[in-house]
Design a protein around this ligand. Sequence first.
Ligand code: ADQ
Length: 490
Amino acid sequence: MTEPRIIIVSNRLPVTVSHAGGSIDVKPSSGGLVTAMRAVVSDYHASWIGWTGTDGEVKREWLAPAAAGINCDLFPVVLTPEQVAKFYFGFSNEIIWPLFHDLQSSCNFDPSYWNTYVDVNETYADVVSEVAQPEDIIWVHDYHLALVASSLRRRGIRSRIAFFQHIPFPSLDIFSKLPWRKQVLEALLEHDLIGFQTPRDSRNFVQCCRALTTVKAARDGEAFYMHRPGQRSNVVTEPIGIDFEEFANHAASTGVLQETHLLRAALPGMRIVLGVDRLDYTKGIPERLRAFENLLENHPELHRTVVLVQIVVPSREDVPRYRALRVEIEQLVSRINGRFTHTGWVPIHFVYRSLERAQLVAHYRAADVALVTPLKDGMNLVAKEFCAAQVDCTGVLVLSEFAGAASQMKEALLVNPNDIQGVAESLHLALMLDPRERRRRMQRLRRTVRRENVHRWSESFLAQLQPYLTNRKLQPIGQPEDPDRLVIAV
Ligand code: ADQ
């Protein structure tokens, strides 16, 4: 029997199309989901369905060179300008994104967003039903597409469907604020397999289902069986990883080593503290800048010896809140630099653009400390990429306890990103840490990141679909023999 094909469905394709001045530009997309999935598509016979980021025309043949490059067929979803406004900028970015990152006061529960969200999920389901064969595995990604599986089920599609949530899943009291909470949960329960980044996210989801739907939940270790007559799904925790070998080998390459020397030579005698983020208010960039300011305030002996290199990749620039964040960051950088700069020493170097992979890896290698302090984050791949690139094991990771990565990366210095003084103290500790202790911590972190890599993540996640028969109305194989053995609790 041939291997089933994996149909990846995500909001964005791994390529972005733009129509600039009458010509067509096709570029790689950025962001954590795309980075991770691009690394694993070649492990499978895969096709990828998603939007290309434009509301203009898209022809499949324009995507062919990119598809050949990642060894995966690409199928574009076409959205109208109104759909982009209400589905992407509206429902996804003004409701789900802030709510699921515990920022409910930032939500705009505009009722017109929901209808467009339903329509656009139907549009994705239209493309899936054209592309997928019954034996294919359909793998839906993230909160933009919570309703695709239920639309496919209504069309009678009985293929195996998995869902992975890259961002956090909030607690019941926060999730309950969503006016369409029941519809979203009911739709998610149409998947055979539902994966989350951390045990806390899985528990939150199950607790919401138990409180707001009629489903019964049974626990077995860290997995949950969700069942009601004629329907069953498994909920699992599967923390996403990175392509460790690719990052580590790249970091050890001559090209990156040269780039690293150039970076260090440009900052002679300096200890380098590094921040790397997509522009987003969940990443805690202003709080981090204030923590660095606090360090300089309380430790004048560090003046002229340490710099913060903050790299920000532009994101969602059409959204006023993101534009305002950029201005806030620029003003803070300028104020702090104005306050502390001496001739020959500028404390904060702010880079606002996407970097080539080699340059990014060189920054990871050159850094003495990575300051990864999101206010809340599903996982955070930057923390893992930094460790993979630390081939000399000389760097220290300071990591927010609210990043999903914190549940795996215990040898980092864990901080509360809202505690400006606490972050400054941990940063000081990181800079002072004895080289042997740095090495010990980094070696352990690298072992974890190597073991829990992105290939293992996708294999292990998809393997949990195996107990299911293609026709999900049949009893799944591998159902626990003695359900009483399971703890019915969350
Ligand atoms: P993101 O919120 O996009 O992902 P993250 O996990 O940090 O966040 O990934 C960002 C990616 O962008 C990294 O791979 C990084 O290398 C890249 N990047 C960042 N700055 C860059 C720059 N200046 N130039 C080039 N590349 C840059 C979402 C969730 C996360 C989750 C991922 C994967 O919000 O919590 O970890 O999905 O599941």
